[in-house]
Design a protein around this ligand. Structure first.
Ligand SMILES: [Cu+2]
Length: 141
């Protein structure tokens, strides 16, 4: 390999490395980090956003706004909790911060501290809503 060719390849590798560095910085700047304050908007029977990222042990305040003309609920929990509500007959949930009823056009604010890393779902269990796609995911890190 000629010295010039080797120099060209070297310059190319440096450029590539710089490109990756820039790409990594841009990604880091645009990727949303764990939040302590999250707004979830309900519209057309969907949660927006449908994925949120939070930290273990740090209180997170959720503001859930129902823009629909019908009632919804927001139940956060593991598979067992979701199954209980999926088949359950409990109509009113108003005692747990992780179980909110949000009447049409209203907003509810609740603060939750997630004790363990992992993922939990949030689902509206009013008839047909989960099947329609009214579900989201909390990732706890
Ligand atoms: Cu719903």
């Amino acid at each position: 390999m000629s010295r010039n060719r080797a120099r060209l390849i070297g310059a190319g590798l440096v450029s590539l490395a710089m490109l990756f560095t820039v790409a990594t910085i841009v990604l880091a700047a645009t990727r949303p980090g764990p939040s302590t304050s999250i707004q979830i908007v309900i519209h057309y029977s969907h949660f927006d956003p449908s994925t949120v990222l939070v930290r273990v042990g740090v209180p997170v305040t959720f503001t859930i706004r129902n823009d629909d003309p019908i009632d919804h609920e927001w139940i956060v929990g593991d598979a067992a909790v979701q199954q209980k509500h999926r088949v359950g007959t409990e109509v009113v949930h108003d005692t747990l911060p992780t179980e909110q009823m949000i009447p049409a056009g209203e907003t509810r604010v609740t603060t939750i501290t997630f004790a363990q890393a992992g993922t939990l779902q949030y689902i509206c269990h009013l008839p047909g809503h989960e099947a329609y796609g009214m579900a989201g995911l909390v990732t706890i890190r």
